[in-house]
Design a binder for this molecule. Structure first.
Ligand SMILES: *[C@@H]1O[C@H](CO)[C@@H](O)[C@H](O)[C@H]1NC(C)=O
Ligand SMILES: *[C@@H]1O[C@H](CO)[C@@H](O)[C@H](O)[C@H]1NC(C)=O
Ligand SMILES: *[C@@H]1O[C@H](CO)[C@@H](O)[C@H](O)[C@H]1NC(C)=O
Ligand SMILES: *[C@@H]1O[C@H](CO)[C@@H](O)[C@H](O)[C@H]1NC(C)=O
Ligand SMILES: *[C@@H]1O[C@H](CO)[C@@H](O)[C@H](O)[C@H]1NC(C)=O
Ligand SMILES: *[C@@H]1O[C@H](CO)[C@@H](O)[C@H](O)[C@H]1NC(C)=O
Ligand SMILES: *[C@@H]1O[C@H](CO)[C@@H](O)[C@H](O)[C@H]1NC(C)=O
Length: 605
């Protein structure tokens, strides 16, 4: 290598040519002792390297020294590998055939390469791997067949590669990995499957890789990881899932057979942290869920990840990290949540901030109030990786990075206790079934969160849905009020600086004594359930009528109605006669219309 760089620079060449001459003498000696170099290749005899990279070769050139250890044939035009074509090169340790047009490999093409450790077939045109492709390679440790057009890994495709440690199989058209495809790969440590058309995880095939340590799946269209997807992989430590745009969930027991130390599920479509699926991973040290639309890290849900040291969730939609989110994580030392929508990060999310070393909080719209004071105080000890967090609010410090606060002046990083504005006593009276609202307007910095406590001490928070719920402005709304809703309601407005309370009274009084909501509802469902009623009770209106006036009066009015209809229809015939008889008396041209008008009531109803 050193010799080549010298040759490249003309100046150095001129200055040092006598020295180079000295260097070339041993090379010349070697050539004489059997080290010839094919005319279209470069050779570095002392390293036993033959490089024929990018020479438009359509066949393997003759004259390659038999003791070569590294042969680079990449970026050529080879189409076929014939049986035994490398058998003379018994010393070869690395063979690079990537970026050719290889579509056909004859069985036994690699025969004799007993010492070959690395074989690169990346970016060729292979469509299929047959069981006898890779025979005669007992010492192969790295095989790269990525960027080909392989559609299926058949049973026993790699059966003779018992020493293979690393298999790169990404970017193929893989549709199927048959159950025994990986049979024989007992030594495999690393496997990458990338950019292929698999629709599920090849659980059966993977279960034969008993020594697998690192497994990577990238750019796949799989939408769910079902229960027990990874079985019999006792040595697996690293699992990486990257760019599965349709992945929205992990089944609760999807990872249950694993004991890994590093898990990445990045650039997928998870909207919630898969707490259930990961909670048994007590040896997990590294967790990366970056670039998922996750909006919250819940409190106390990661407590079982006892050994977790690093948590990454960058480029997500994080709005909230709840208090005690990293509770119980004694070894936690790195939090990377850059590029989210966080306004704050409270000290209470950590088990102990003393252990925290690296904090990436940049790219968030931070509200610089008292909640972030702990970070500013530690700004010289914490490692922000040269990406200082910056304030977005309040306006006075907008855009200012934490490092710029040489000292914390009064007025910086402060909070204002929550306060309820209008405390005039409220007594709201509402009819049963009606709607009532109790107001609670509060202010403070940061804006307080409002919750209500019912007379029966049931708490209601914003974002909860139901008959009784809290509106974003703090108002409590009670729909379909029940008698038992009556009583004192307590509003609590709280923020980190303190809380304030208010009590409002609700009185629900009984409505029309004849019937009430539940009575009506029960009867409605009864009527609905019975088909026999359908001819009579066609709509809710009718039924409400029935229930409102009572059944007996209803029957009476219906009977009277029928009687009237009966009487009217008896007289109907006469009407008809009258019309027809009188018709000729209408002026011409008006006749048809008038007759139609006149006869209209005859239509049966
Ligand atoms: C296989 O490679 C190892 C080095 O990793 C070497 O010691 C061993 O001799 C090789 N085996 C054969 C058959 O060449
Ligand atoms: C795999 O998917 C790609 C892109 O979605 C498609 O072009 C290709 O035809 C598919 N291959 C097979 C074998 O289905
Ligand atoms: C991602 O998930 C959301 C719902 O959580 C869904 O609306 C969206 O279509 C999903 N995106 C893809 C690419 O599947
Ligand atoms: C899990 O892996 C750790 C090392 O990462 C090991 O110490 C521990 O014994 C393993 N636990 C089980 C149940 O295999
Ligand atoms: C944190 O995330 C950013 C953005 O994804 C990345 O560039 C950086 O390397 C991460 N830091 C660490 C320590 O992983
Ligand atoms: C309100 O503050 C008091 C003490 O100031 C505290 O005891 C109480 O738990 C707080 N209540 C809420 C709901 O935050
Ligand atoms: C509504 O009426 C039913 C039956 O008449 C009765 O059992 C129930 O207690 C009443 N509900 C209320 C809220 O008064």
């Amino acid at each position: 290598m050193a010799a080549r760089t010298l040759l490249d620079a003309p100046l150095t060449w001129m200055c040092f040519w006598p020295l180079l001459l000295l260097l070339l003498i041993p090379v010349a000696l070697l050539v004489e002792s059997g080290w010839s170099c094919p005319s279209r290749c470069n050779c570095l005899s002392q390293d036993k390297v033959v490089s024929c990279n990018g020479r438009h070769l359509t066949a393997v050139p003759g004259g390659i020294p038999p003791d070569s250890e590294f042969l680079d044939l990449s970026h050529n035009r080879l189409r076929t590998l014939h049986q035994g074509m490398f058998s003379r090169l018994r010393a070869l340790k690395e063979l690079d055939l990537s970026r050719n047009f290889l579509s056909n490999i004859e069985p036994g093409a690699f025969n004799g390469l007993q010492k070959l450790m690395t074989l690169r077939l990346k970016r060729n045109r292979l469509k299929i791997i047959l069981a006898d492709f890779f025979t005669g390679l007992p010492n192969l440790t790295v095989l790269d067949i990525s960027e080909n057009k392989i559609v299926v890994f058949m049973d026993y495709s790699f059966q003779d590669l018992s020493n293979l440690k690393k298999l790169e199989a990404g970017d193929n058209h893989l549709v199927l990995v048959s159950d025994r495809a990986f049979s024989g790969l007992q030594g495999l440590r690393q496997l990458t499957l990338e950019k292929c058309n698999l629709t599920g995880i090849p659980t059966q095939a993977l279960s034969l890789l008993c020594h697998l340590v690192e497994l990577r799946f990238k750019v796949l269209n799989i939408s769910i990881i079902p229960d027990h997807s990874f079985q019999k992989l006792p040595h697996l430590k690293v699992l990486e899932i990257h760019r599965w745009p349709f992945l929205t969930a992990l089944a609760p027991r999807s990872l249950s057979d694993l004991n890994i130390t590093s898990l990445s599920i990045t650039s997928c479509n998870l909207s919630v942290i898969p707490y259930e699926a990961i909670k048994h991973l007590a040896y997990l040290r590294f967790l990366d869920l970056s670039h998922n639309p996750i909006s919250m890290i819940h409190g106390r849900r990661l407590v079982d990840l006892l050994r977790l040291q690093e948590f990454h969730l960058t480029g997500g939609r994080l709005v909230t990290i709840q208090a005690k989110a990293f509770q119980g994580l004694n070894h936690f030392r790195l939090l990377n949540v850059s590029g989210n929508d966080l306004q704050t990060l409270e000290e209470s999310v950590f088990h102990s901030v003393g252990n925290l070393e690296v904090l990436r909080l940049d790219g968030n719209p931070l509200a610089c109030d008292c909640r972030l004071l702990w970070i500013v105080r530690r700004r010289r000890r914490l490692n922000f990786e040269a990406q200082q967090p910056a304030c977005a609010t309040p306006l006075t410090v907008e855009g200012k990075v934490f490092q710029e606060f040489s000292e914390i002046l009064p007025g910086h990083f402060t909070c204002r206790k929550s306060e309820i504005r209008d405390k005039t006593p409220q007594a709201v009276s509402v009819e049963e079934g009606g709607q009532a609202t109790l107001t609670c307007k509060s202010e403070g910095d940061p804006p307080p969160t409002v919750s209500w406590l019912s007379p029966r001490k049931i708490p209601f928070h914003a974002r909860q849905k139901g008959r009784i719920h809290v509106l974003p402005n703090g108002t409590l709304e009670i729909r379909h009020a029940l008698l038992q809703d009556s009583g004192p309601y307590r509003c609590v407005a709280s923020n980190i600086a303190g809380n304030d309370t208010l009590v409002a009274h609700l009185h629900v009084h009984a409505s029309t004594p004849l019937w009430n909501d539940s009575f009506l509802w029960n009867n409605l469902s009864l009527l609905n359930a019975s088909d026999a009623f359908h001819p009579f009770f066609l709509d809710i209106g009718t039924m409400v009528g029935v229930l409102a006036i009572g059944f007996v009066p209803f029957l009476c009015s219906v009977s009277i109605c029928f009687l009237l209809i009966f009487l009217w229809s008896k007289g109907k015939g006469n009407v008809k006669h009258l019309v027809i008889e009188s018709a000729p008396r209408w002026p011409r041209g008006y006749k048809a219309v008038s007759r139609r008008r006149r006869t209209a009531p005859k239509k049966p109803r």
